[in-house]
Every structure is written in structure tokens, then in C-alpha cells.
Design a protein around this ligand. Sequence first.
Ligand code: HEM
Ligand SMILES: [Ca+2]
Length: 326
Amino acid sequence: MASSSYYSSTIVSVVLVIMVSMLSFASAKLSTDFYSKSCPKLFSTIRSGVQSAVSKEKRMGASLVRLFFHDCFIQGCDGSILLDDTSSFTGEQTAAPNKNSIRGFGVIDDIKSKVERVCPGVVSCADIVAIAARDSVAILGGPSWDVKVGRRDSKTASFSGANSGRLPGPTSTLANLVNRFHAVGLSTRDMVALSGAHTIGQARCTTFRPRIYNETNIDTSFAKARQSRCPFTTNGRGDNNLAPLDLQTPTNFDTKYFQNLIKKKGLLHSDQVLYNGGSTDSLVQTYSKNPKTFYSDFVKAMIKMGDINPLTGSQGEIRKKCGRVN
Ligand code: HEM
Ligand SMILES: [Ca+2]
């Protein structure tokens, strides 16, 4: 008797576990209307925050797009990158790919406080980052799309994850880039389309110095021009001098980035490998000539990237301030 009641209670708990996991699976889907009742003013609030930040400094649009990418690639799109270091905890901001480089925290904090005023305790920082990235692209002249929301914020961040090579570096080979994106469920086509985000924004000398001095698949006059503000030295001089990733229109979201690659004017090694006699050349050519194809692939890939491992349902929390857990 004891054993049969043991078995029936085991069955009951197994069924319960399956039901609960089905429930949390059902709630694990992001949707575009997640806040339509709980925060109808969300999108307009974020849009005006991004608009005023980009009006002050156009580069901020680029920085916000990159913030979303670096958030999503570490633990999924969960706002982990926004967490400041504390005495008991080191976050992602000082990891190599982010240190002295990733920007936009102040803008996200300002937007979050505006959002808290219109709908307190409802909207995650992770969703604000996703929406701000979309708005940035649109404000700089690129495509727009409906952003899926319903993410929750992590209670942790991963310094080691952000430092572990999950985020590809500027000296990556093509195979390396393909692998890093495949590791989070993004295809080679997604990777090339998303790299098109380098149509906006700036990079530091330290990230492109090896390319402009050592490589041969680079336009000579372009290399010379970049060398003038990026000295050949290992003592750190000039490391933080900036150059545009797209030499033509670094504040317009367009196809010039791909046209530059065809002219051997990619700034980073990891840019030029996309057009260097390999398997992605033809796609670069397509995007360089067809803004519609680039835009539609970019949008699909941004939505896919936004779907990487979100926290949903009762997972994580809705942070009150984006820089720290509640
Ligand atoms: C394919 C692999 C990628 C590599 C190796 C890479 C690498 C880099 C590097 C080294 C910088 C310059 C950072 C600095 O010097 O401080 C940069 C900037 C930037 N990246 Fe990427 N990136 C990649 C993909 C992406 C993706 C997927 C996005 C977004 C969808 C993106 C958006 C940006 C933007 C907008 C900037 C300029 C940021 C600013 O001006 O503040 N990148 N990237
Ligand atoms: Ca551009």
C-alpha cells in the first residue's frame, strides 16, 4: 500500500511538473503586444528618449544598437550588461569587449526613469534596450519593425561569459564569426546582415591598428588615412582615437558599409573577412546593391537575436533601476 501511494504521488508530481513546465513554456514567448494594456505609452516614451539622445549626439544611436547585441550574446537578452559592479559582484561592463567601449547606460537609465513614471514596476530594462535599438536604427534612416517584448531582467551578470570569446573580437576569422553566431542560433546570413550595423558608429584605434598596418587586402589610401590618427606603437599611444566603421556615412543606416567592403575599405579585420574571396562574398554584393534585401534580412536577424534566451513569466525580475538588482 505504502509503495502504491508512493507511486501515485510520484505520478501526480510528474504530471504537475509537466504542466508547470508547459505553462512556463507557453509564457516563454515574447509578443509585440505584451505591454499594450499595462503600459500603452511605452513605445512613445522610449522613442522620445532615444530621439533626444540621438539629437544630442548621433553616435548614441550606434551605441544603443551595440548595447542590445552585447546584452543578447551573454546569457540572452536579459539586461545583464546593464548591471554595475558591486563590492560582491563583477558585471560585464569591464570585460574586454566592453571596457572603454560599450556606451549608452546613461541614456537607458534616463529612459527607464521616464518609463517608471508612466507605468511603475511593469517594464523590464531588457525590453527597453531592445526597443531603443530599434528606434536608433529607424531614427538614423534605417528600417523599422515591431519589437517583440515581455522579457524580464536578470538578477546576475556574467563577467566571465562576456570575457570568454562568446562575443567575437575584431581579429576574428570568418569561420570564427560563423561559429560565434551559430552558437546562439543565428545563421551565417544573420551574421552578415547584423554586421551591417557597422554602417553606423565608431571604433577605437586599438581595434583596427593591426589591420591598417599589416594587412594587404586593404585599399592603400584608406589605410594611410586611418594611420594618420592611429600611430603604429605598442605603448598605448592613440589607442582610444576613433574612426568611423563606415567611412562614408557613419550616422546613416544604409548599405555603404557593404559597398566599402567591396572596395577593400572595411575598417576591422572582422569586417573585411566578410568580403575576402570566401563564402559570404556574394551576400555582401547583394546587400551592397539592394537596400531592401539588406533591410529585410537585418530586421529578421534583429528579431531573432532578440529571441535569444529571454527570461519570461516569473523568471528574473523587473528591475527598478537598470544598473542594479532590486
Ligand atoms: C560580427 C561580429 C562583430 C564584431 C567582431 C564586432 C566588433 C566591433 C568592434 C571591435 C567595435 C568597435 C569597438 C570599439 O572600438 O570600442 C564595434 C562597434 C560597433 N558594433 Fe560591432 N561587431 C560585430 C557585430 C556587431 C553586431 C551584430 C552589431 C549590432 C547588430 C554591432 C554593432 C556595432 C555598432 C553599432 C558599433 C559602433 C558603436 C559605437 O559607436 O558606440 N556589431 N563592433
Ligand atoms: Ca552608413
